[in-house]
Design a protein around this ligand. Structure first.
Ligand code: ADE
Length: 262
């Protein structure tokens, strides 16, 4: 899978892509990250990429020309459906155009990133990520270039770069072969709609704290049921709203009724 990242600070991506799983995914050819410096596409001697907001107010705004030039220079204009681009009506509030390569703007105003969106993006072979800086983007980038907008949480970062790294990491680990353990991503917190059950490893006792005996018992059916109940308990305590959308068996529901009763 290939990510084209448009940024004013490509250096931010260097070390995260040179460590651990992302490094291995790149080495094995499962991941390719092409960094494109938006400044290289800015005109004039000073290659200016931001400007004062029309109407006044504080902060600077990312200019449209270098961002359009960078994205169109790399992706071309043909297969992104540009030109039919302004048929906004009837499309979702965020994705206003069709594209074979999603062009994702990282912004605190985007749809809130989650495992479902990671799975959605993992269906593509190629995704473009545009990282904002300054106070924001000229609105025409949002309206006429991006096909999606993603926020990684309800807080404001200094730019979209760290958010883009979060997206790359969460998406690429879903691709077969990226994780060492082929079942790795299926038990994750959120993969099943629940938080993950607790894990223990050796030693069986550490500073007087014992690992649950059931995990040492070798009874796989009991271990599976214990894990399921722990996942339900943890989700019920920490993120009860997730239970509304999780896939639950009759046994799960009975366990939750018992919890509520207690
Ligand atoms: N840029 C600044 N804050 C952000 C956020 N929370 N998510 C994505 N991009 C951002």
């Amino acid at each position: 899978m290939r990510f084209d990242v448009f940024t004013l600070f490509p250096g931010i991506f260097e070390s995260p892509l040179k460590e651990s799983m992302l490094k291995r995914a790149i080495e094995s050819g499962l991941l390719e990250v092409q960094l494109h410096n938006i400044r290289d596409y800015a005109e004039g001697r000073h290659q200016v990429t931001d400007d004062y907001p029309y109407g006044g107010g504080g902060g600077m705004v990312m200019k449209p020309e270098p961002v359009f030039a960078a994205v169109e220079g790399v992706l071309g204009t043909g297969d992104r459906g540009l030109g039919i681009g302004d048929q906004d009506a009837g499309q979702s509030a965020i994705s206003n155009r069709q594209s074979t390569i999603p062009i994702v703007l990282l912004t605190p105003q985007g749809r809130l990133f989650n495992q479902q969106i990671a799975l959605e993006l993992a269906q593509y072979d190629r995704v473009a990520l545009i990282c904002g800086r300054y106070e924001g983007f000229d609105e025409r980038i949002r309206e006429h270039l991006a096909t999606d907008e993603i926020s990684i949480g309800d807080y404001v970062l200094t730019g979209g770069e760290l958010a883009a790294l979060v997206v790359v990491d969460a998406v690429i680990r879903l691709k077969p072969g990226v994780l060492g353990d082929p079942t790795g991503a299926s038990d994750d917190s959120h993969a099943s709609g629940l938080l993950e059950y607790p894990h223990y490893t050796r030693p069986p006792e550490f500073r007087g704290w014992r690992a649950p005996e059931i995990l040492l018992s070798g009874d796989h059916a009991k271990v599976d049921r214990w894990r399921r109940e722990q996942a339900l308990l943890r989700t019920w305590r920490r993120r009860p709203e997730l239970l509304d959308r999780a896939e639950l068996s009759e046994l799960d529901r009975a366990f939750l009724r018992q919890l509520a009763h207690e």
